[in-house]
Design a protein around this ligand. Structure first.
Ligand SMILES: [Mg+2]
Length: 189
């Protein structure tokens, strides 16, 4: 059975931070004009950052604010019949090393609840995704698709829309816009 490593945030799910930031700052910001994944750093005023991170990691569950990408769950359940699925998700936030690990329990619980057909032994929580070798990788960050996979799929997200076809080609990465396109590639036989 071939192995697929699938990212969680902005791959299976979408959003989260924008709603949280809007609630925290009492703003109505939208994803338009946001093309950098680290945009939160620029939006939260420096003097409010410590308090915001405490709010993010100690007071709320990030996964109460996300949406699931269309058909992500169905497609992954189908894929799990033909491939061994690993979910790999980062949690380390260098701005708040003390509290960021609280994310792990929320990630774990969300995965158990929403992907009950995946063996929890196959949940991997790390930022060092490139050291892991699987046949196929699916992620929204090109930096996570550098090494150790035969087929690498970049799922379109607000922050990666401007990555050129050339750059993807150089990295041997194929862009997919949604989970139906992933199903078409991986379930066509
Ligand atoms: Mg991601």
């Amino acid at each position: 059975m071939k192995k697929i490593m699938i990212d969680l945030d902005d791959t299976i799910t979408t959003g989260g931070y924008l709603d949280i930031v809007n609630k925290y700052l009492n703003t109505n910001l939208t994803y338009e004009n946001i093309n950098n994944q680290y945009w939160v750093d620029n939006i939260i005023p420096k003097e409010k950052l410590t308090k915001y991170l405490n709010y993010l990691y100690n007071e709320i569950n990030f996964y109460d604010y996300i949406k699931i990408n269309d058909n992500a769950i169905n497609v992954i359940e189908n894929l799990s019949k033909y491939y061994e699925i690993f979910i790999c998700s980062a949690y380390v936030d260098k701005r708040d090393l003390k509290n960021c690990a609280n994310l792990i329990i929320h990630k774990y619980n969300w995965l158990r609840e929403n992907l009950p057909f995946i063996n929890p032994d196959n949940f991997i929580f790390t930022s060092s995704k490139n050291i892991l070798k699987t046949d196929i990788k699916i992620d929204d960050r090109l930096s996570n698709l550098k090494e150790n996979a035969d087929l690498k799929l970049l799922i379109t997200a607000y922050h990666n829309k401007n990555i050129s076809e050339n750059e993807l080609k150089e990295n041997n990465v194929i862009r997919v816009n949604n989970w139906n396109e992933i199903a078409n590639i991986l379930l066509k036989n």
